[in-house]
Design a protein around this ligand. Structure first.
Ligand code: FAD
Length: 476
């Protein structure tokens, strides 16, 4: 087979969609057979329980949509380069194309794969699609990268973003398909334990659901987004983060829908785009300063006396939604049950851990990475370092969120806390009860448990945090 007619292998990762997909559309537009492939590699193996579980749901939904369009998703397990080479040999394909990822491990892997395949005469290409702006295309006036959000927003807000490409009209397929694993054999839910059945009820995977959610958001909520988004009890945000994380919807689709909403006068639309650009900023930072993923972004924090003991009783209580601080506990339970947590609640829970409990942000970040179905490496790391005070453009450490004041402001009627905390309620709602069905039995916690007692007094915790900060940073 000449290379001009040979199949193209499209290697999917975090781009599980057909619309707004520049790489896949380009492959289909060649008219050559396209073989969609997903490789279960070490990166998948390393995912936390909830992100891996959610990926499994996303793969099932994506395989269904490929099937409905007359194509298939080929599943392979192993080292990506070895699997892709095997597929090239099996199918006579002459090309491997994929969408770029931007975390350092993916960049290193992709460079290795690209070089090896090209050396072997294969057409190996990568495409944009996960982001609105490739991280190296946005520069400060002096040619550096942005470390503060507001100028980043000003730099990108006027950039012309290409409109999303439509779903390819035809998905050309090979005459013979290569073999594929069965998704069930990967047991993507294995690490969820009994939580899987509960969390599954709160998921709506796939591109079709993502597009439907976007329609509802734009029709009903975007107008009031700016004023309501911090309200813990309101369903005021898009709820699209898990879809964005797995690429079940493309950011250009969101950007252009937001722009249309601005043109039609929706008051909250610009703010929505600003939030979407926080995601871009997180990727920009991760690309240019990858240590954001595992080290304090700012120098001077290395010796800050955060506890790194995973058996620290404060940390254990925080993970289990038993700190005795109702807003924090509600937040942690929302995440355990649904795989998601309201953005305001994430900030309060993260602040409580890193300040009132003086536990290292990395422990919190890792717990989120295990429990969030919308886990995203860049946004999670930036969010934690922002709250902890050691990150770029961070909230200063000495600004300690008071969970009670936050609750009074953003959960005034207590509905959010009631939704997630069963203790002390005569007839708790199903959401609160779901927590007890989801948690491991080893936690020995059930709905008859007495209300948790505060692990720290708010005033003492705040004082201790401020004293540590002043010891570390005040100049003699
Ligand atoms: P919307 O308000 O509808 O916003 C639309 C989209 O914009 C979101 O889906 C998201 O992709 C992006 N976005 C909004 N706010 C932020 C933000 N502050 N930072 C980065 N992107 C943003 N988001 C994740 O997607 N994955 C994570 O692992 C993650 N971890 C976080 C950890 C901490 C400690 C904090 C404070 C925030 C974290 N966030 C994370 C950001 C934010 O909380 C979620 O993106 C948001 O709650 C998702 O809800 P939504 O889709 O309804 O957002």
């Amino acid at each position: 087979m000449t290379q001009a007619k040979s199949p193209i292998i499209f290697w999917f990762r975090r781009d599980l969609r057909l619309a707004d997909h520049p790489g896949f559309s380009a492959a289909c537009a060649t008219g050559r057979p396209v073989i969609p492939v997903f490789v279960h590699d070490g990166r998948v193996e390393a995912l936390g329980a909830a992100p891996r579980f959610r990926l499994g749901l996303g793969l099932a939904a994506f395989a269904d949509s490929l099937n409905a369009a007359g194509s298939r998703l080929i599943l392979r397990r192993g080292d990506p380069l070895a699997e892709l080479r095997a597929l090239l040999a099996e199918t006579g394909a002459g090309a491997v194309w994929w969408s770029r990822l931007y975390d350092p491990a993916s960049i290193a892997q992709d460079q290795k794969v690209k070089a090896a395949l090209r050396n072997a005469g294969c057409d190996a290409r990568s495409f944009a699609g996960h982001l609105l702006f490739e991280p190296w295309t946005v520069e400060t006036g002096t040619g550096g990268f942005y470390k503060v959000y507001s100028p980043f927003w000003r730099a990108v807000r006027g950039i012309d973003v290409a409109p999303p490409v439509p779903v390819p009209t035809r998905l050309p397929v090979p005459s013979v398909w290569p073999g594929s694993d069965r998704l069930e054999s990967w047991h993507m839910d294995a690490a969820m334990g009994r939580g899987g059945a509960v969390v599954a009820r709160y998921q709506s995977p796939g591109e079709e659901m993502a597009l439907r959610k976007l329609d509802v958001f734009v029709d009903k909520r975007i107008d009031l987004y700016k004023q309501d988004r911090d309200n813990l009890d309101a369903e005021a945000t898009s709820g699209l983060s898990d879809h964005l994380s797995l690429g079940e919807i493309g950011p250009r689709t969101l950007w252009h829908r937001g722009q249309e909403a601005i043109r039609s006068g929706a008051a909250g639309a610009e703010h929505f785009l600003k939030e979407l650009v926080w995601r871009e900023f997180a990727y920009h930072l991760m690309y240019h300063s990858p240590h954001i993923l595992d080290r304090n972004w700012r120098a001077g924090w290395e010796t800050f006396p955060w506890s790194e003991d995973r058996d620290n009783p404060g940390f254990v209580a925080w993970c289990r939604g038993r700190t005795g601080e109702p807003l924090v506990d509600a937040a942690m339970r929302e995440m355990y049950v649904t795989g998601r947590m309201h953005n305001r609640a994430r900030m309060v829970a993260a602040s409580f851990l890193t300040k009132h409990l003086m536990v290292h942000w990395k422990l919190g970040m890792d717990w989120f990475a295990d429990c969030l179905t919308d886990w995203d490496p860049a946004s999670n790391a930036m969010g934690w370092q922002w709250v902890a005070g050691c990150g770029p453009d961070a909230a200063p450490f000495f600004r300690v969120f008071n969970p009670e004041t936050q609750a009074a402001k953003f959960d005034a009627g207590g509905a959010y806390r009631k939704r997630w905390i069963a203790e002390a309620q005569k007839q708790p709602p199903q959401t609160a009860l779901d927590f007890f069905s989801a948690i491991p039995r080893a936690w020995m916690l059930d709905r008859d448990a007495s209300p948790a007692q505060p692990v720290v007094s708010l005033e003492a915790g705040r004082k201790r945090a401020l004293a540590a900060y002043s010891d570390q940073f005040s100049t003699p």
